[in-house]
Design a protein around this ligand. Sequence first.
Ligand code: UQ1
Length: 448
Amino acid sequence: MLAARATNALLKSKAGLSSLRFASTAAEKDKYKIVVVGAGAGGLTVANQIYDRFKAAGKPLNEGDIVVVDGADYHYYQPGWTLVSSGLMRKEETRKNVSDLIPQHLAHIKDNVKSFQPEANSITTTSGRKIAYDSLVVSAGLQINWNGIQGLSKALADSSSGVSSIYSYDTCDKVWRDIEALRSGNAIFTQPTGVIKCGGAPQKIMWMAWDRFQKTGRGDQIKVDFYTGTPSMFAVKKYSDALNKMRIERGVGGFFQHNLTKVDSENRKATFKNAADNSDVTVDYTFLHVTPPMGAMDFIKGSPIADEAGYVAVDAGTLQSTKFSNVWSLGDASSAPTSKTAAAITSEAPVLTENLFSFMDTGKVSSAKYDGYTSCPLLTGYGELLLAEFKYGAEPKETFAGYPFIGDQSKPNRLFYHFKKDLFPWAYWNGMIKGRWFGPSGFIRPKY
Ligand code: UQ1
């Protein structure tokens, strides 16, 4: 009782102190040197790298010169959701409090952005606060349009529907439960037409489910089919060919240019629009894994910093806004024509950091250019993974090409499986979002 009271008093005084710190910050200034919008993978990574870059140049920023603006309670390790869905990780391990991930030297405003006023070098938050900046970095992600498919939200909310998705914290564990519960019938995996986060993920979970069905003696009773709005298995020919060969060998049906439009969970029927002849195709499912359509964030779409599609318009190499020279963007929110992955952020962040630093220091960007590097660690089963790595132009850019014992990266192997399952989650939490992990070059910051 006494102990509880003492703890409460301590908690209260702690809360009082921290709100004092924030209150004084707010009253003194609502102007920051650098405003970073978004406390996701891109925002945290780049905010820390920028702080470190100024310090390394002997021009350290003061505590609180950089502010991260994000109203979210939680930060998610989204690449972990395929692992959760495969029974390899607990979903709680993919989530941490945003406030615990922002170091002392970065300020944090727990509020969301409502609008941008780049002519006035300011943003306005949903609570009406105006925040001014010298430089703005936008890394706010993209949004998932769950309502873009008729009947989907209802189906996902029903625990016995057999419909699930790896694309949210709330539904990723349902995928695993449904895979384990399925005894026979049709298991259908979908991918929409258009841009999504991690283009390979919709088939990763399919391969994992397929392998699980084989290993637990259910393979003969379950038919697996892939219905995708895309024209092929993958955007890069080398990997697409390898994956299509695997699909045929494994007896998985491939239905291309089929875009899911409707889920009738009462009758377990899924309807697709076939782009080849514009027909509607309705199929029966027992298990349905849905990849929802995605698009630009509403608050960026139509804003002065956005392109026509609603992404932040940047130069694909420098990551500087093509409209306002003190605005920058990386990650899913940016218009850079790369695939939207954490791996892309490992290469974008140091380039953006170098150019932003150089621009603030000298008025000119540096010679650093993002080459479009991105990766898709494509799980093909338990203990095997195909590590697709490529750059702009859908051209392979393989870290391990020429390494002995590894050989061709289009052939799945066990080492890469452990990268995805063990190394990347560790490197993400302990290195990347602290600004200290640079993807293929590990802990060594690339030089430009
Ligand atoms: C990577 O660094 C990373 O972040 C921690 C990922 O995130 C989930 C990746 O998928 C990939 C591919 C990398 C790149 C690292 C190497 C060693 C190729």
